[in-house]
Design a protein around this ligand. Structure first.
Ligand SMILES: *[C@@H]1O[C@H](CO)[C@@H](O)[C@H](O)[C@H]1NC(C)=O
Ligand SMILES: *[C@@H]1O[C@H](CO)[C@@H](O)[C@H](O)[C@H]1NC(C)=O
Ligand SMILES: *[C@@H]1O[C@H](CO)[C@@H](O)[C@H](O)[C@H]1NC(C)=O
Ligand SMILES: *[C@@H]1O[C@H](CO)[C@@H](O)[C@H](O)[C@H]1NC(C)=O
Ligand SMILES: *[C@@H]1O[C@H](CO)[C@@H](O)[C@H](O)[C@H]1NC(C)=O
Ligand SMILES: *[C@@H]1O[C@H](CO)[C@@H](O)[C@H](O)[C@H]1NC(C)=O
Ligand SMILES: *[C@@H]1O[C@H](CO)[C@@H](O)[C@H](O)[C@H]1NC(C)=O
Ligand SMILES: *[C@@H]1O[C@H](CO)[C@@H](O)[C@H](O)[C@H]1NC(C)=O
Ligand SMILES: *[C@@H]1O[C@H](CO)[C@@H](O)[C@H](O)[C@H]1NC(C)=O
Ligand SMILES: *[C@@H]1O[C@H](CO)[C@@H](O)[C@H](O)[C@H]1NC(C)=O
Ligand SMILES: *[C@@H]1O[C@H](CO)[C@@H](O)[C@H](O)[C@H]1NC(C)=O
Length: 293
């Protein structure tokens, strides 16, 4: 028995070792007998007198190799299988490594056997995600496993992160850009009379709208006028009138008539001279007029 080396695993085969030791002791020849624990990552292979290591995808038990279950891996047959880290998975046993979650999917725990699709409202733009990201404000996704969110189109908006849909601009409001977080009120002088407006319509000449966020324009009353996109109807200036509503331009009274109000003319009184009451000039008024002072 001299010079003979035996590797036995004390933790497992203590009894055998004890027996061998006893036998060695009994034989009186204990010199060559070594009982040693196999190092981590190796196991006592009883077909050999040495310790063996396991293949990748397997890990060592005390006496054998055992396959790594799905969700774990061993890339060099080490002493234990390791759980796949967050953002990775293994869907089969005997894995030598884990796979990164594809874009649109995530693994938020260790030891996952598959990745979960990102829910609607969230996305994962890159491989190996451990979390999904909320769609940013102004964008949305209404399906799962999204790689990228979609901007809200013109006339739509969303103000929250993680949106699954965009809202429609209400009447009187609009957005003229993709990816809006809010609809803006139509400015004075314009209107929108439907939902999902991407632009407001300017008031036509002869109408006006002083308020923002309007759904129509108001017709200018007789005696006033407006040009396009007006926020206010303007009273006809002195000497000019307009006797109809929706007036785009004021005009002077016809010959023999004078402005009475902003929307009506009156006949000039008879007489060689006449100065309108709005424009009294006594030096002229005294010449030839009846009842002059
Ligand atoms: C061997 O592994 C076990 C658990 O796997 C650990 O407790 C022990 O410290 C390791 N021994 C060495 C020498 O690395
Ligand atoms: C396996 O790899 C780990 C590091 O990844 C290393 O610490 C260990 O010693 C290796 N084991 C073997 C048996 O090669
Ligand atoms: C494991 O995932 C891969 C893709 O990474 C796929 O091709 C394969 O079919 C899956 N295997 C099982 C058993 O699900
Ligand atoms: C998702 O959004 C798109 C674009 O807005 C739309 O065409 C589709 O009908 C929506 N699908 C569902 C299920 O809501
Ligand atoms: C995601 O969308 C942004 C703009 O919306 C674009 O710039 C980017 O290329 C997109 N990424 C992918 C992976 O589609
Ligand atoms: C995602 O958005 C939701 C609201 O839609 C919010 O409650 C949550 O905190 C957000 N998550 C992150 C990580 O920002
Ligand atoms: C807005 O999005 C549409 C598709 O929804 C696209 O055709 C258009 O070019 C985008 N406009 C701008 C200014 O990005
Ligand atoms: C909305 O305004 C347009 C003019 O821009 C007009 O033709 C249409 O009749 C209006 N619709 C309603 C419902 O008022
Ligand atoms: C009126 O406003 C519209 C936009 O609402 C603009 O396109 C148009 O040029 C404006 N017209 C004038 C005469 O200012
Ligand atoms: C329009 O009229 C309103 C009310 O009379 C006034 O407050 C506003 O300043 C006017 N706007 C313009 C552009 O004249
Ligand atoms: C407006 O004045 C014109 C003459 O300038 C006249 O023919 C028309 O009948 C008047 N209209 C109204 C509604 O008074």
């Amino acid at each position: 028995m001299a010079g003979r080396h035996l590797h036995c695993v004390i933790s497992l085969y203590l009894c055998s070792c004890a027996l061998l030791l006893a036998l060695a002791t009994v034989s009186g020849d204990g010199s060559g007998l070594i009982c040693a624990e196999c190092p981590n990552g190796t196991f006592a292979d009883h077909s050999k007198s040495d310790c063996s290591s396991c293949d990748p995808g397997w890990c060592t038990t005390e006496s054998d190799c055992t396959d790594c279950s799905a969700g774990t891996y061993s890339h060099n047959g080490s002493s234990s299988c390791t759980e796949c880290s967050r953002g990775t998975f293994s869907n089969e046993s005997k894995s030598a490594g884990c796979t990164r979650c594809p874009r649109g999917y995530y693994a938020d725990e260790e030891g996952m056997t598959e990745c979960e699709p990102c829910p609607p409202g969230q996305f994962a733009a890159f491989d190996g995600s451990s979390v999904c990201t909320n769609c940013s404000r102004g964008s949305f996704t209404n399906h799962s496993a999204t790689v990228n969110c979609t901007l809200c189109s013109k006339g739509h908006y969303t103000d929250g992160p993680g949106s699954t849909k965009c809202g429609e601009c209400q009447e009187g409001t609009y957005t003229n850009t993709n990816g809006s977080i809010v609809c803006k009120p139509c400015p004075p002088g314009s209107f929108c009379n439907e939902t999902k407006c991407s632009h407001c319509t300017g008031c036509q000449a002869g109408s006006a709208q002083p308020k923002p966020g309007s759904t129509d324009c108001a017709i200018c009353a007789a005696g006033t006028f407006s040009v396009v996109n007006a926020s206010n109807c303007t009273t006809c200036p002195s000497g000019r009138i307009c006797n109809i509503s929706e007036c785009t331009e004021c005009y002077t009274c016809p010959a023999g008539m004078e402005r009475f109000t902003s929307y009506s003319c009156q006949n000039c009184p008879a007489g060689p001279y006449y100065i309108s009451p709005q424009n009294i000039d006594l030096s002229y008024f005294s010449v030839g007029g009846e009842g002059a002072n």
